[in-house]
Design a protein around this ligand. Structure first.
Ligand code: ADP
Ligand code: MG
Length: 305
């Protein structure tokens, strides 16, 4: 019974438009727009592993949605709805109220509906969100399309969240707790970017996935990395480490021709974008500073380290 009252109280807002059947039946029903493909992904957050145990429930709710919308955006797709699988150690109404508010705040900001899920008891607080979106058939931007000579571009700034994790209470904690999925930018890049990924495990590692999938290499200009001013007093190696190996950024990294990049800028996306390097034929990731090779030793986030 408790399970049903939790769902009814916190996860059953009946204001779903554009959903044929939402929370309350065995499954949800959606009608796909004509000539579109379903884009679907899932991401799990485990308390103590993916966020500090004392993170505010509102932030946990926001982030559990945001990290999934970021994956949808990274395909060049528009998010539509989410499902929430919630595993709770106990029923804590204050927690559930703030958590569901954070979740709906993120949904509302990006026009996304909660259409179903699952609620269970478990010793560890775990949140698994599945996100669904649509894209015109054949238009998805994958990791495998990077071409030699393409620019490498990243949105926003990188390293903020990793810095904040080491400096809890710093104003940048907002970037750790409330990542902004780059939905508008991702949608604009459909038809313009040659490849794309969202940066969740560190820019170097995630760009590496594009390079592997596209069978190309990259040269990155260290001085062009978009690093927050709050990190300016750190020495270069520390700043680059946060920027390249930090993780939890939820920015978009994409490859694009100069011509298409100009088109993107004309569309005036709502987030800054920065050219950080170029795709090369030579495999591997090379860092450059002042025109010289500048080797760095980095590790991205390892899920089973
Ligand atoms: P079943 O036992 O048939 O799987 P449930 O009792 O788990 O159904 O869920 C009842 C309804 O509530 C379903 O529509 C399900 O999608 C929805 N639901 C369950 N948990 C959640 C949740 N945490 N958030 C949103 N919807 C949920
Ligand atoms: Mg169920």
């Amino acid at each position: 019974m408790a399970e049903f009252s939790i769902i009814e109280t916190y996860f059953n807002r009946r204001n779903n438009t554009d959903v044929d059947l939402g929370v309350g039946d065995d499954s949800a029903l959606l009608t796909p727009p004509r000539n579109h493909q379903l884009v679907i992904c899932a991401d799990t957050l485990v308390a103590g592993r993916h966020f500090p145990l004392d993170t505010s429930p509102h932030a946990i709710g926001w982030k559990s949605v945001a990290v999934n919308l970021s994956d949808i955006a990274a395909m060049g797709a528009k998010p539509h709805s989410i499902l929430l699988a919630l595993s709770l150690p106990q029923i804590d109404h204050d927690w559930l109220k703030d958590f569901s508010q954070g979740l709906y705040d993120c949904c509302d900001q990006f026009g996304v509906r909660l259409i179903g899920g699952d609620t269970t008891q478990s010793p560890h607080l775990t949140l698994s969100v599945t996100a669904l979106g649509w894209i015109e058939t054949g238009k998805a931007v994958t990791r495998s399309g990077a071409q030699v000579g393409d620019l490498i571009v990243v949105s926003g700034s990188v390293g903020d969240a990793a810095f904040a994790l080491q400096h809890l209470g710093h104003p940048l904690q907002q970037r750790l707790d409330y990542p902004t999925p780059r939905c508008e930018l991702g949608d604009m890049l459909k038809g313009l970017a040659s490849s794309m990924i969202d940066v969740s495990d560190g820019l170097a590692q995630d760009l590496g996935h594009i390079l592997n999938a596209s069978d190309v290499g990259a040269k990155i200009q260290l001085d062009q990395l978009p690093i927050n001013n709050a990190l300016r007093d750190l020495d270069n190696n520390q700043r680059w480490k946060y920027a390249l190996a930090g993780g939890d950024d939820y920015e978009l990294c994409f490859t694009i021709t100069m011509q298409n990049y100009q088109k993107l800028l004309q569309l005036q996306p709502n987030v800054k974008t920065t050219i950080i390097g170029e795709i090369t034929q030579q495999r591997g990731l090379v860092f450059e500073k002042d025109g010289l090779d500048h080797p760095l030793h980095l590790n991205g986030y390892q899920h089973f380290a």
